[in-house]
Design a protein around this ligand. Structure first.
Ligand SMILES: Nc1ncnc2c1ncn2[C@@H]1O[C@H](COP(=O)(O)OP(=O)(O)OP(=O)(O)O)[C@@H](O)[C@H]1O
Ligand SMILES: [Mg+2]
Length: 424
């Protein structure tokens, strides 16, 4: 028998073409099963999105549009960490020391533990970190950091990747926890773009309508926690305030019944938040090519739900422009919201007023059947807490008994649902 020759790409202990006995894989059992000691910041919404606090020596990328409050958030975090006795190195390639100090003063952040480095190169940052030996490093922003040794064009994708990989190396070799701020472009990706995401442990996006003071922090990737959690803040003169009862914020407590509106208890992690869905369905001037616009909702899923409406309820939506909006800058990504979306669309189209104390929950299948949803108890509990008493639920989950004063209307399919809507 002839022994197979070693080929390119064959794993032979670290070095290609040579046999080496120096690399010994270790068994999973040999690794200490120590619980990760997270550092909490007491900014509840921030800790929540990270999965319950900061994981030591992790590298977290925070993206957001200009002016949304990235520097504000991280300066507040720096302030708390510094108060906890941690040494923080804050690199800013965008603002002068004075500008940063003015912001820190406004936020009430004063500490000798925060050290600034402005407008330097990556090499300056490395030498600064070596000198200071910080516990935390904040880079504001990665797009402004360039290396004397890296690719020539600073801000290019290759430069960005090079700088980020060196920062990750710096963090891992020196046990530093790093927050990297990244600007996002119009398409909502961290400029540079998705290429940075796999290099770091967590990617958070900070979002919000700049005209309102509401800000939402959401995890896009997290090696140490769920990506379902969101953190909700209000931007004030003295900084960001965590909002612990977000349902109140998204609900406009309406006095009258209206068409085209549904209230849906969405799940974010284990927390249910009531969100408002608004739909506007109007005659389209564009025959054969009506407008379909969805904000905060997947447009493909909206098209699918419209097709189900057309097929099962025989409503000619192809003649209508459809606009769908999840208010307050929220996103609805759960199929459990299908029936609520359909309700908003159909009631707008038919001008049916939905009673203001109605909650509609259910996933809708392609054949029009209303399917059960996950964590229905959490959703109902939150809605009851906010004063809602009438629930349209999937028939298979309608035996749920949560409180005495609630009434449940079971529906098995879309046709049945439409009948119940019209009889309200
Ligand atoms: N004096 C102030 N009072 C109230 N809010 C303020 C004040 N100064 C700034 N802000 C708020 O802070 C926001 C800017 O925050 P910040 O500088 O942290 O944003 P950023 O995301 O870091 O922006 P950039 O992308 O320009 O670096 C403003 O849009 C505004 O909402
Ligand atoms: Mg900034």
């Amino acid at each position: 028998m002839v022994e197979a020759a070693s080929t390119e790409g064959e794993v032979d202990g670290g070095k290609r073409g040579k046999k080496s006995l120096s690399v010994k894989p270790i068994s999973l059992d040999e690794i200490d099963n120590l619980k990760i000691q997270r550092e909490t910041t007491n900014i509840d919404e921030f800790d929540r999105v990270l999965g319950g606090g900061i994981v030591p020596h992790s590298v977290v990328l925070i993206g957001g549009e200009p002016g949304v409050g990235k520097s504000t958030l991280l300066m507040e975090v720096a302030g708390i960490l510094a108060k906890n006795g941690r040494k923080v190195l804050y690199y800013s390639g965008e603002e002068s020391g004075v500008q940063i100090k003015v912001r820190a003063n406004r936020l009430g952040v004063h500490s000798p533990n925060i050290h600034l480095l402005t407008m330097g190169t990556l090499e300056d940052l490395e030498s600064g970190a070596e000198h200071l030996k910080p516990d935390y490093l904040i880079i504001d922003s990665i797009q402004t950091l360039y290396s004397e040794k890296g690719p020539a064009i600073s801000g290019s994708i290759s430069s960005l990747r090079y700088v980020t990989s060196r920062v990750v190396e710096l963090a891992k070799n020196n046990d530093i926890t790093v927050f990297i701020i990244g600007h996002i472009n119009k398409e909502g990706q961290i400029a540079g773009p998705k290429t940075l995401e796999h290099m770091v442990d967590a990617v958070l996006y900070f979002q919000g309508e700049l005209k309102t003071d509401l800000r939402i922090l959401r995890a896009e990737k997290n090696r140490f926690g769920s990506v379902d959690e969101i953190g909700i803040f209000q931007m004030t003169h003295s900084g960001l305030t965590s909002i612990s009862d977000p349902s109140l914020l998204f609900l406009q407590h309406r006095q009258v019944s209206e068409s085209g509106i549904s209230i849906f208890p969405a799940l974010n992690g284990m927390r249910s938040i009531l969100i408002e869905i608004q739909a506007l369905v109007t005659d389209s001037p564009f025959v054969g090519n009506p407008r379909r616009i969805a904000v905060g909702f997947d447009p493909y899923r909206m098209s699918m739900l419209i097709s189900i409406i057309e097929k099962k309820l025989k409503l000619p939506f192809y003649k209508s422009d459809v606009f769908l909006n999840i208010t307050g800058g929220m996103n609805l990504r759960e199929p459990a919201g299908d029936l609520s979306i359909i309700s908003a669309l159909v009631t707008s189209y038919k001008n049916i007023d939905v009673p203001k104390d109605f909650i509609i929950i259910g996933e809708v299948g392609l054949t029009g059947e209303v399917r059960p949803v996950t964590f229905i108890e959490n959703r109902i509990k939150e809605a009851v807490r906010q004063g809602f008493t009438k629930f349209i639920l999937p028939a298979s989950q309608s035996d749920i008994k949560m409180a005495d004063n609630i009434s449940i209307i079971p529906v098995g399919n879309l046709y049945e649902f439409y009948g119940k809507l019209k009889s309200k």
